[in-house]
Design a protein around this ligand. Structure first.
Ligand SMILES: [Zn+2]
Length: 121
């Protein structure tokens, strides 16, 4: 079967997920920018400044969150593109329909459970 499963509200779901991802990413961008500004205005060197360690840890944390948010947005955009191409809900590897339960649980899934397990994703 090469027909995508019926997903009436999928466009709305993807739009909503995309909006959330965009807001999250821009908030994290702002936080990273703020931290960068804080760090620049901080003339004391990190090594002798107890705040330096905290800033570095915060930096790593924010960068991690930021790259996660960017990845989420990429995944959502990829699904939207697949939808446009008419292949959303079809496993990218084996070509079978991805069960609707899986798409509900994992809206950005592009593989069926078997193929995802095989790909280690
Ligand atoms: Zn598959």
């Amino acid at each position: 079967m090469r027909t995508p499963p019926p997903l009436d509200d999928r466009d709305a779901e993807l739009d909503a997920a995309r909006s959330v991802a965009v807001v999250r990413l821009s908030a994290l961008d702002a936080a990273v920018g703020q931290l960068r500004a804080d760090r620049r205005s901080d003339t004391a060197d990190d090594e002798h400044d107890p705040e330096g360690v905290t800033l570095s840890a915060e930096w790593a944390r924010l960068e991690g969150l930021r790259s996660g948010a960017a990845r989420d947005l990429d995944e959502i955009d990829a699904v939207i593109a697949r939808r446009r191409d008419g292949v959303d809900g079809i496993c990218a590897d084996c070509g079978r329909s991805i069960p609707i339960e899986r798409l509900r649980a994992r809206p950005t899934a592009t593989r069926c459970v078997d193929c995802a397990a095989r790909a280690g994703a």
